[in-house]
Design a protein around this ligand. Structure first.
Ligand code: SAH
Length: 345
């Protein structure tokens, strides 16, 4: 049966009309859905007969909070959500001065195989539907009792490997009849699937595209990101240039600094040369260690040196502030730990 949260506002209208209802019902139902009702009975301004009818032709998805970790250092909250089929994904809620941001997942697992990333270790189980991506926001918002204003698609999974569902999700979350988060408040992160970046460009959404670069040469990138063997750095940079030119939006290059892999000054210089002149920003992320691999972050000094090189070259650069470090807030790790625990018990 169809999950109503997988539908855009227009699709919901069509669905209702096709089932003999008046189109104005769509507005009421869409609003209820995105406010987080868990059953048709909660839609109190809709007649009992319509509620009964809906029950027989469609469903309203729910997410169960399996675990919730709250940081004692900052207010960061990390959720392990269970989908209707028992699969689990993670979302993180972060409190910034400019508002509340949620980091959401778009797949159960991931097939991109980045060597430093916990989300990809067990491979891809399945992609999330638009409604399931949306549910993370709906249920986190319901839990905290405050409005979430920003979204980063930087959780588990590769958004551009679940392209159609992600596009639909973006349209739904942006709809003024529902959650209504502006594209300018949404960041989407990709490991660099070049043809899909092009496809996304054609939608011309004013969102922020983050590109996980992590290395300025194919030699290094090939060893940590298998996707580079399909789409190499020059193809990636070239599509990024096209993207910024077409959308006039600044790209954010993510660069996870890994000790002895990509943290020396020569790498910094090479990175500077690669992105110089582009409408972009470099976001350095000291790598989070994952139990299953041996990657560690460079020393503070080494990070400073790296930043200095880029700054001297006139590149806009920041080092990501770590939130929720006491609750393992970086993605993919909670899901793996909880799954492993259950296998043991
Ligand atoms: N699939 C998307 C979103 C994934 S996660 C992508 O690849 O961009 C968001 C960011 O976290 C990516 O830049 C990813 O490379 C990075 N990341 C993954 N594991 C990490 C780790 N252990 N330490 C630091 N950054 C990591």
């Amino acid at each position: 049966m169809i999950n109503l949260k997988d539908l855009t506002f227009e699709e919901l209208k069509t669905f209702l009309v096709d089932n003999g209802e008046k189109p104005f019902r769509a507005k009421q139902i869409f609003a209820w859905l995105h406010r987080g009702v868990e059953s048709f009975d909660e839609m109190t301004d809709i007649s009992v007969s319509l509620r009964n009818k809906l029950r027989t032709i469609c469903t309203v998805s729910r997410l169960k909070i399996v675990r919730k970790l709250e940081s004692k250092i900052d207010e960061t909250k990390k959720y392990l959500f269970e989908l209707e089929d028992g699969n689990r994904v993670e979302s993180v809620v972060m409190y910034y001065k400019h508002g509340i941001t949620i980091c959401i997942s778009c797949q159960v697992g991931c097939r991109m195989g980045c060597k430093f990333c916990a989300s990809t270790i067990g491979g891809l189980v399945r992609s999330l539907t638009p409604g399931e991506i949306l549910d993370q926001i709906i249920f986190a918002q319901k839990d905290i009792g405050e409005r979430i204003s920003n979204i980063v698609m930087m959780g588990i999974g590769e958004p551009l490997d679940n392209f159609d569902n992600v596009i639909k999700f973006l349209k739904i979350v942006n709809d003024e009849n529902g959650i209504n988060i502006g594209y300018r408040h949404i960041s989407l992160s990709t490991c660099g699937i070049v043809p899909k970046i092009k496809e996304l460009m054609n939608y011309n959404f004013p969102l922020t595209l983050s590109v996980s670069l992590h290395a300025p040469s194919n030699e290094i990138r090939n060893t940590i990101m298998p996707v580079n063997k399909s789409y190499n750095i020059s193809e990636l940079i070239s599509v990024c240039k096209e993207y910024t030119k077409y959308t006039k939006r600044r790209i954010s290059f993510e660069f996870a600094l890994i000790k002895d892999v990509n943290d020396n000054k020569d790498v910094a210089r090479m990175l500077g040369m690669l992105v110089k002149g582009m409408l972009c920003h470099v976001n350095l992320i000291p790598v989070n260690s994952v139990e299953e691999n041996t990657f560690t972050k460079p020393s503070k000094n080494k990070i400073r040196e790296f930043v200095n090189v880029l700054e001297q070259m006139g590149i806009a650069v920041t080092v990501r502030r770590e939130l929720g470090s006491d609750i393992n807030a970086s993605c993919g790790q909670l899901r793996r730990k909880e799954n492993a625990k259950e296998e043991l018990s």
